[in-house]
Design a protein around this ligand. Sequence first.
Ligand SMILES: [Zn+2]
Length: 151
Amino acid sequence: MKDINQLKNKAEWIVQSRNKEIRINIDKDEIDWNKTFNFIMLKNEELNLETTTKNMKRRSYRVKNFLEELPTLEMINKRNNNEEDNTCMRCKMDNENWNHIWECENNTITLYDIVQENIQKNIENLKKKNIYINEEIWKERITNIIRKIYD
Ligand SMILES: [Zn+2]
């Protein structure tokens, strides 16, 4: 009886440490920083002259967003040395800072929507390369990775 328990414990320990190893590797390897950078700089999109100004603005928005420098009320007032109210104009519940923009309940587009939309785009891009994946599992995995980064 004791031996069986010992075996069981050992098996559980192996499974657990294996899981831990997988989890660590997800954090290390599954964020492709080059692709993230290319996404910000619009490197994957076809550029033409007519859209240059528009693209500049989009690129600038993405860089600022990435650096957490979107012109929030808090940011603008601080920059102008204004001691004015930073309360979010949409919900009037909290200061409008970088975090609040994504968390504001009166924001019609949630961070979740943005993430889901981009995962869907990612799946469509993979399909174009004839890579078919289990969409459910794929979405869940990416959502979990992102949630982990956020927590
Ligand atoms: Zn708000």
